[in-house]
Design a protein around this ligand. Structure first.
Ligand code: DQA
Length: 147
């Protein structure tokens, strides 16, 4: 059994009502519930956090160094701007999966670059909110291989 951390960055608290043509109608509560189901069915536990503040996300990555085997993160717009968040992930040794609900590569060019992608073990893009569940399944597979 392992602890997994799910992080969502800025504006993702508005999922379900924010630009639903891009991000869909499901809420962050729905997302967290589906990830929790996947992980708990595999006897892992989930801590889920969301923040609009860069420093808070960084602090949670630091906390996870002690006792979390994997982090799944949608860093929102910090994906494209935050060297500080990349540095935090570079100091973290567990698995890292980056999720983007939309296909960022079909959107504005400033969304095409990801700092976190320089560290992530995998990136899931453009699969809607199902991407979070896919990331959780991948984490379960990897953890079963490291038992
Ligand atoms: C996003 C894509 C980012 O470019 C954007 O700033 C977001 C959401 C996504 O899930 O598609 O806030 O990470």
């Amino acid at each position: 059994m392992a602890n997994i951390l799910l992080l969502n960055g800025p504006n993702l608290n508005l999922l379900g009502s924010r630009e639903p043509d891009i991000y869909g109608h499901e809420t962050l509560t729905d997302v967290e519930a589906s990830v929790r189901t996947v992980l708990e069915n595999a006897r892992h536990s989930l801590r889920a956090e969301q923040s609009n503040r860069e420093y808070e996300l960084i602090d949670w990555v630091h906390d996870a160094r002690d006792d979390h085997a994997a982090i799944i993160i949608n860093p929102g717009a910090f994906t494209h701007t935050s060297i500080a968040l990349l540095d935090a992930f570079n100091a973290y040794e567990g698995f890292v999966f980056e999720v983007h609900i939309s296909n960022v590569h079909k959107r504005e060019s400033f969304r095409h670059h990801s700092y976190i992608g320089l560290r992530a073990d995998g990136i899931i893009v453009g699969c809607g909110v199902q991407g979070y569940e896919l990331a959780a399944r991948r984490v379960v597979t990897l953890l079963s291989q490291t038992d």
